[in-house]
Design a protein around this ligand. Structure first.
Ligand code: GDP
Ligand code: MG
Length: 369
């Protein structure tokens, strides 16, 4: 019961995970082991390890969790992750959406040639941000680290192939996270496909299509032949509207790192996504164990930009080291604060590594073995 209260999730959800993952029927008054509780929380997308640590993490958490007054909140674009079985058309879908919506690129490009971790498109005057996480494992890993950047998921299912193992895995991760999902039934241009069979397979995964009276929208598309994409974007915007996604753009920026890499000449480069506030050039930032001033900032078309409001993915330079996927970032007042926090975190990191080597559980995989 206390765990349920601490996480703000129904006790039933905990019981169901206890049964499914640990084969144990528990009652609401039962005491469960701390490590088991952490694993359950991870499954539900809640990072309790974060709450358990003190020091630097606490101050960073404080900044992240700073409440914004309702009157300061402004509608922000949805952040969407595309998941699905290999070869069902995820890459084709995101490429096609981007090609038909890409902003006109003018002027000098930033020239950092690394694949695009996220990008924004505009449809009928509304922006949508797509995050290109490499699969459901990354999706879960980010969430288990407390970086819940995704507002909704597009599950791509090829109409000729139907629900496959990675489709089913994606579904269970999405269900555990509680993030709304829209199904893109792809490759409808192919002859001899059996849509009803795929609907049946989805239903047997407890994804009941809305046309069958369920709550999941299934949109028929062909990413290759550019069919049904308007319908998909409209469905995504409607879903976003329903969930009233808002953020305060006028506060120090916080967000998460989608990936980091080292660029010859520019040093460490990080793909960040802004969740609250506005990130600006010159901001002092701590990201995971890295810190620095934002020296340069590029958008998804590699254009230099000065500031990034909520839900904007940006590539930044200026951090002293390369942060990892799922690392939170926060803007602090001075570079000294940023350095101090980063140094504290590095110490904690070492303590953490020691704990791990002495057998302390760390990830769900470690715990479930
Ligand atoms: P991913 O592994 O999910 O990223 O899948 P890809 O986007 O790489 O697509 C796998 C294959 O399916 C490629 O050969 C695509 O050309 C093809 N494909 C993707 N979308 C469609 C579609 O709508 N119709 C048809 N006929 N083929 C598609
Ligand atoms: Mg792909």
């Amino acid at each position: 019961r206390s765990l349920s209260e601490a996480m703000g999730r129904p006790a039933k959800a905990i019981m169901s995970i206890m049964f499914k993952e640990f084969g144990e029927m528990v009652t609401i008054n039962q005491i469960i082991e701390e490590d088991v509780a952490l694993a359950v929380a991870m499954e539900l997308g809640v990072d309790l390890t974060f709450k358990r640590q003190r020091g630097a993490l606490e101050s960073v958490t404080e900044i992240i969790e700073q409440e914004d007054a309702p009157e300061d909140l402004v509608t922000r674009p949805p952040i969407i992750t595309v998941l699905g079985h290999v070869d069902h058309g995820k890459t084709t879908l995101v490429d096609t959406l981007r090609k038909s919506n890409v902003k006109v690129v003018e002027g000098e490009a930033g020239g950092i040639t690394q694949h695009i971790a996220a990008y924004q498109i505009e449809y009928n005057g509304h922006k949508l941000t797509f995050v290109d996480t490499p699969g459901h494992a990354a999706f879960s890993e980010m969430r288990s680290r407390g970086a819940n950047v995704t507002d909704m998921v597009v599950l791509v299912v090829a109409a000729d192939d139907g629900v496959m193992p990675q489709t089913a895995e994606s579904i269970s991760h999405v269900k555990a996270s509680g993030v709304p999902m829209v199904v893109a039934l792809n490759k409808i241009d192919l002859p001899d496909i059996n849509e009803q069979k795929v609907m049946q397979e989805l239903a047997s995964q407890n994804v009941l299509p809305s046309e069958w009276g369920g709550e999941t929208d299934v949109v028929r598309v062909s990413a290759l032949k550019e069919m049904g994409l308007d319908n998909l974007l409209e469905t995504l915007l409607l879903t976003a509207e329903l969930h009233e996604l808002k953020a305060n753009p006028n506060r120090p920026a916080v967000g998460a790192c989608l990936e980091g890499f080292r660029d010859e000449g520019r040093g460490s480069v990080a793909w960040l996504i802004v969740q609250k506030g506005t990130l600006r050039i010159g901001d002092a930032v701590i990201c995971g164990k890295s810190y620095g001033y934002i020296r340069a900032m590029y958008d998804d078309t590699d254009q230099q930009i000065e500031e990034a409001p909520p839900s904007t993915p940006v590539k930044v330079t200026g951090l002293d080291s390369v942060p990892g996927a799922g690392d939170h970032f926060v803007v602090v007042e001075t570079i000294d604060q940023a350095r101090e926090l980063a140094e504290e975190r590095r110490h904690e990191g070492r303590a953490d590594t020691l704990a791990r080597h002495s057998g302390g559980p760390r990830t769900l995989e470690d715990i479930l073995g």
